[in-house]
Design a protein around this ligand. Structure first.
Ligand SMILES: [Zn+2]
Length: 126
């Protein structure tokens, strides 16, 4: 590696997502390059610090939206339903257009990936 390692590559190395050969290249570069070694140490410290953060409970004053602001709650609910892509909301129409375009363009893998990605995103938010 003649140039410095990119942030993306250092991040992938930190997350152990690089293949073995690429990991060795990064390790060799880190051994020889103090600039990248310092950047990598900073990234590692940030990740370690974030892992030790305590989970915070939301303040109790955030509850009771339905009773205090029913119209706002209804608007929020409609927005969430639309973002989830449920019919007949606009989110459904836009996803439908993307999915049909992928199928018409003979890209079944992208179609499956986008459907699975959409579903996985909403389940990850639960
Ligand atoms: Zn470097």
């Amino acid at each position: 590696m003649s140039t410095h390692a990119t942030t993306e590559r250092l991040s992938a190395y930190l997350d152990r997502q690089l293949p073995t050969a690429e990991s060795r290249e990064v390790e060799d570069h880190l051994a020889d390059c103090p600039v990248c070694r310092q950047r990598f140490a900073g990234m590692r410290n940030v990740v370690a610090s974030l892992r030790h953060l305590e989970r915070m409970a939301p303040p109790p004053t955030l509850g009771g939206l339905v009773a205090r602001m029913p119209l706002t709650f209804l608007a929020l609910l409609l927005g969430i339903i639309s973002l989830a892509g449920l019919p007949p909301m606009s989110g459904f129409v836009s996803k439908w257009m993307v999915y049909t375009a992928l199928l018409q363009d003979s890209r079944p893998l992208l179609f499956v990936a986008s459907v699975v990605g959409s579903i996985a995103y909403y389940f990850s938010a639960l």
